[in-house]
Design a protein around this ligand. Sequence first.
Ligand code: ADP
Ligand code: MG
Length: 275
Amino acid sequence: MPPAPRPRTTRIMVVANQKGGVGKTTSTVNLAAALAQLGQRVLVIDLDPQGNASTALNVEHRRGVPSTYDALVDGSPLQDVISVCPEVENLWVVPATIDLAGAEIELVSVVAREGRLRKAIHAHPWVGSATDVGDDRFDYVLVDCPPSLGLLTLNALVAGEEMMIPIQAEYYALEGLGQLLETVDMVRKHLNPDLAVSTILITMYDGRTRLAAGVADEVREHFGDQVLRTFIPRSVRVSEAPSYAQTVMTYDPGSPGALSYLEAAREITTRGVTL
Ligand code: ADP
Ligand code: MG
C-alpha cells in the first residue's frame, strides 16, 4: 500500500455527534488504523467513559490504568497515560476508564475546565510541526467523544481545529445536528476560533435502500464539500471486529467496510491541509 504524504503539522480531529450509535467510535478506530496503515503516526484519545475505542484497539482500560481521566482531572502529562496499540503499528491510544464518567462533575470546580484537553495535547512533545518536532511528530490526533454535549465533548471542541461528524444514513439522521452546530458556533465565538467542521462521514450506508440515498443527498445539500466522497457501508464485519479486540482493518482487511475506511482515510490525508 503506497503511504500517504504526512501533514506538516499535527492535525487534531474531534469526532463528535451527541447522538449515540451513529458510528463515532467505529469510525475513530478504523480511520485511525487506516491512517496508520497509510504511514501516518496516529494518537487516539478515548473521551467516552464507556471505553469502546479502547476495547476495539485492544488497550487495557480497567479502573486504575493510566487514562484520559488522569490527564483531564489530575493534569498528568499525556505521555504518562499513553498506551501502544498492540494490533497496529504507528498507533497510540489514551484509554478511557469508567472513572471518566465522574470527570464531568469533578471538572466543574477546576480553573479553565474546558481547556484541559487542549493543554494536555499541546504539551505532548510529539504534537507540533515538522520543523519543531521532526519525524517523531503525531500526524493525527483523533478524539472519540461521548454521546453528549457536556464538558468532555466541550474539552474536545476546544482542543481541536477540525471536527468530523459521522452521520448515520438513517431516519432522523439530521435531527439534533442544529444543536450540534450551534454548540460549534458558540465554541468558535468564545473558546476556540480555529474550530471548523472539516469532515462529514456518512456511515452505515445501505445502497439498496432509497432512504439511505435520500439521506446522503440531503447531507450533501447541507454540507457540500465537507462530505467525504466515500460512504461507509453497513457491514457485519465492521460490527463484529470489536468483539475480537480488533478494528476491521486487521480483522478482515479485504472486506468492503475496511476498504471504505481506507479510502476515507486517504481522502482525509489529501483534503484541506498543507502537506
Ligand atoms: P457511537 O460511537 O456513535 O455511539 P458506534 O461506533 O459505537 O457509535 O456504533 C454503534 C453500533 O453500530 C455499534 O454496535 C457498531 O458496531 C455498529 N456499527 C457502526 N458502524 C457500522 C457499520 N458500518 N456496519 C455495521 N455496523 C456498524
Ligand atoms: Mg462511541
